[in-house]
Design a binder for this molecule. Structure first.
Ligand code: SF4
Length: 124
């Protein structure tokens, strides 16, 4: 019986910790993302302050790692493939006459429809 109470108490302690983290973590991460955007001098992420979703900077570490370019014709390895035909891409809008969309690899940012990276995967 005592063990049962202890287990219940332990459960509620763990539950309160997890629930608290679930409430605090998104706010913390949002604040961190905004601070990073501010340091870079870019617009805040969409939803954070109602601003437009930023574009992926080809000079970002992840972008460099996957050889992301905004124009697939400038990447010899692209072989005519581009973000618009990639399975990780979802069209979002047109900016300055160019289609842009979300990419699973770059959460919270947009890639250029005519862009390309080494992770290109044919859309099913
Ligand atoms: S994974 Fe696909 S959509 Fe994302 S940057 Fe690479 S080619 Fe473009």
């Amino acid at each position: 019986m005592i063990d049962n109470k202890m287990n219940r108490r332990g459960f509620f302690k763990v539950f309160a910790t997890v629930a608290g983290a679930a409430i605090v973590a998104p706010a913390f991460l949002r604040g961190t993302a905004q601070a990073q955007e501010k340091r870079r001098g870019a617009a805040p992420a969409a939803g954070a302050a109602g601003g437009a979703m930023p574009m992926v900077d080809p000079k970002d570490t992840v972008a460099k790692a996957v050889k992301y370019v905004e124009d697939h014709s400038k990447a010899a390895d692209a072989k005519g493939n581009h973000c618009s035909t990639c399975g990780f891409y979802a069209k979002k809008e047109v900016r300055a006459g160019k289609e842009v969309g979300t990419c699973t690899i770059f959460a919270g940012k947009l890639v250029a429809g005519p862009g390309w990276c080494a992770s290109w995967n044919k859309k099913a």
